[in-house]
Design a protein around this ligand. Sequence first.
Ligand SMILES: NC(=O)c1ccc[n+]([C@@H]2O[C@H](COP(=O)([O-])OP(=O)(O)OC[C@H]3O[C@@H](n4cnc5c(N)ncnc54)[C@H](OP(=O)(O)O)[C@@H]3O)[C@@H](O)[C@H]2O)c1
Length: 337
Amino acid sequence: MTGENIQVCLAARPTGLPKSSDWEIRRTAIPEAGADQFVAEVLYVSLDPAMRGWMNDAKSYIEPVEIGAVMRAGGIARVRESNLAEFSVGDHVFCFTGVQQFVVSDGKGVQKVDASVAPLPTYLGALGMTGLTAYFGLLDVAEVKPEDTVVISGAAGAVGSVAGQIARIQGCRTVGIAGGQEKCAYLVDELGLDAAIDYKADNLRESLREHCPKGIDVFFDNVGGETLNTVLPLMRMHGRIAICGAISQYNNTGPVVGPSNYLSLLVSRARMEGFVVFDYQKQFPQAFKAMGGWLAEGKLKSKEQIEEGIDQFPSVLLKLFEGGNFGKLILKNTAAF
Ligand SMILES: NC(=O)c1ccc[n+]([C@@H]2O[C@H](COP(=O)([O-])OP(=O)(O)OC[C@H]3O[C@@H](n4cnc5c(N)ncnc54)[C@H](OP(=O)(O)O)[C@@H]3O)[C@@H](O)[C@H]2O)c1
């Protein structure tokens, strides 16, 4: 195959918010498929807050991205050349594509996706890791029940917007926390949440007391820091907090802001538990079926924000940390269309 493969590689480990000098845009030849490999053209790349953690040389649930390596990313790709019996030219797949235009794969951990069932970007949104994170965090970790009052931070984001809808589908009183009036109006008017709190304009503690008069049974936390600390004293007896993420802390240059109100867990006999979606791999098919059903019935909406150009990755990534995304943030490899 002739042509070039634009790759976004990690050039330096950032301090605070990643800057343009932390990246190198490399142009290489399109790779050839070796024996037992396929080459696929990347169509859509998933942008995730977790990427910030993968750039650090620190112990985590996954190895850091090496300096000089293509930035790790999940994505949707179309097979262009295949020496593997299970994958044919034209197949659409989800895998760790990296932030680049072409990926070589041995097929391990690769999942086929069906463009006739849902639009391809939805496999990075509600029908992808995003949706699965919301599903297992709420139903397995937080064990939501219909009578629960559920609060979700980062509620207009990728995971949060699905989590809010799943809580609503379960019959819970559901309150979202998000930045800005537009996002809050969307949560109530379009996604059917009972209330939404604009943490940038409202007093979070007072608003939570107003919208959760009986207290909070389940807190699905994407934000951490002061938000988590404010919620803790409002937890009801035997409440559950699912620690999905803590985006307010990912670019800290000082120590992580922790929950000084943690003794509220003791008072309310509540628990707080972190989780990583990859641990639920064996149960993905069951979750996928449920999510697909809700989407087909119109009970669940998948919102994606699609930005263009693989080489635009360094600036588009920052949208996640500035509230510049609405729903799932995706980068489209425009050269493939
Ligand atoms: N545990 C897992 O397996 C797993 C898997 C996937 C994702 N996650 C975590 O889930 C969380 C959400 O990820 P996502 O992909 O759905 O991202 P996202 O919510 O679509 O995007 C990030 C959003 O976070 C909000 N935000 C950014 N900085 C903030 C701050 N300082 N304070 C409060 N809000 C802030 C912004 O929304 P506003 O405009 O509302 O501020 C922004 O739009 C992240 O913490 C991520 O690490 C965990």
